[in-house]
Design a binder for this molecule. Structure first.
Ligand SMILES: [Zn+2]
Length: 105
């Protein structure tokens, strides 16, 4: 994929995910959600990709090397494949697992 493609997929994913949450928890109107979606469009490609590979617990990035990240993006055919490859190359545990706390003993 191109970085541009990945970023737009991630924005779409973020919008879909947050949509339900915003409606339920914040009782946002359609106008508010529209505003949120517009704000999402202003986040740079790098920043939205960064946010998906950064651990929410410790702030550590799964892929620290920019060139490696570029290679991973180029090798991915889908967002899921991108996550899979990031997990594969990461020394850090999967960001998802870390969030669920399932790796703590
Ligand atoms: Zn972490």
């Amino acid at each position: 994929m191109e970085k541009l493609q990945l970023a737009s997929h991630l924005r779409e994913r973020q919008a879909t995910m947050t949509d339900g949450k915003l409606r339920q928890q914040l009782h946002l109107s359609n106008k508010g959600i529209q505003y949120f979606r517009q704000t999402l469009q202003t986040i740079s490609d790098d920043d939205i990709i960064d946010s998906y590979i950064t651990c929410s617990c410790c702030g550590e990035k799964q892929v620290k090397d920019k060139r490696q990240l570029d290679l991973i993006i180029a090798a991915s055919n889908s967002v899921d494949e991108f996550f899979e490859l990031c997990n594969h190359f990461s020394m850090h545990a999967s960001v998802d697992n870390a969030e669920q706390g399932s790796i703590k003993s």
